[in-house]
Design a protein around this ligand. Structure first.
Ligand code: SF4
Length: 249
């Protein structure tokens, strides 16, 4: 009887713009593996099912505990982080493809810098956070507000929501759901509110909120269960009020 194995089918590409091709591998089964551990085991001995020794598969990872978002890829056609995709819960062969919508650098490694450009565009930071004297009437945030803000603060810029969004991609300028959700988070902060108008202006411009087609795929795939569609709806209300206010100003 043959030893139990993990069967991987991987879409590979040798360099940006090169023709993609499939390779299949079998590695020895180990219980409790996730896709990242399977890729690491494969890297030790990259031999295809036909017995050909090939270059190790390239991908990106860092924290390995679903915090950094770097290892997101398409796993059995669902965008998700490889570190939290358990092999025992996946149908085999496990089909791995690079995260769609982003330029492929090599194999499963993609360039996600467009997400970070979107975050810069909406000023997804608090400019003077921490400069208050904590004993002298700095801003206060109620536990209820913190609880809601925390939901949005868990974004790890993995890009899964963007890759599932039909509006996002090389064909459009749409900024995508993750930066829109960060507008909600930053504008809720007492200090972040100073840039509230600039953030709303940014998402009212071309490629902003109005490009959302309300497909709701983003919220269905977000591994951190961030209420993306709620944040988009709230951003819609905030931009409407912001435009009315600007009109009267
Ligand atoms: Fe990833 Fe969710 Fe953040 Fe989108 S919102 S980048 S899916 S963690």
């Amino acid at each position: 009887m043959s030893e139990p194995s993990i069967h991987l089918r991987i879409l590979r590409r040798d360099r940006p713009g090169a023709r993609p091709y499939w390779q299949e591998f079998r590695i020895p089964y180990k219980p409790n593996y996730n896709v990242l551990s399977a890729l690491m085991a494969l890297r030790e001995n990259p031999v295809t099912v036909e017995g050909e020794r090939v270059d190790p598969v390239a991908w990106e990872h860092n924290c390995m505990e679903e915090v950094c978002g770097a290892c997101a890829m398409l796993i059995n056609q669902r965008p998700q982080p490889a570190c939290s995709a358990l092999v025992d819960a996946l149908r085999q062969p496990i089909v791995l493809e690079p995260l769609p919508k982003f330029p492929v650098i090599r194999d499963l490694l993609v360039d996600r810098s467009r997400i970070f450009a979107g975050l810069k565009r909406v000023k997804a930071w608090i400019e003077i956070d921490g400069a208050w004297d904590i004993h002298q009437g700095g801003p206060r945030i109620s536990p209820q507000e913190w609880e809601e803000n925390y939901l949005y603060s868990r974004c790890m810029t993995c890009g899964c929501c963007m890759s599932a969004c039909p509006q996002y991609g090389p064909q459009s300028d749409f900024i995508g759901p993750a930066p829109l959700a960060q507008v909600r988070l930053m504008n809720a902060h007492p200090t972040g509110r100073y840039q509230r108008g600039e953030r709303l202006d940014a998402i009212m411009a071309e490629g902003g909120l109005s490009d959302c087609g309300n497909a709701q795929n983003c919220v269905a795939v977000c591994p951190k269960e961030i209420p993306l569609t709620t944040s988009i709806a709230r951003a819609g209300r905030a931009t409407t009020l912001h435009s009315i206010k600007k009109w009267f100003d």
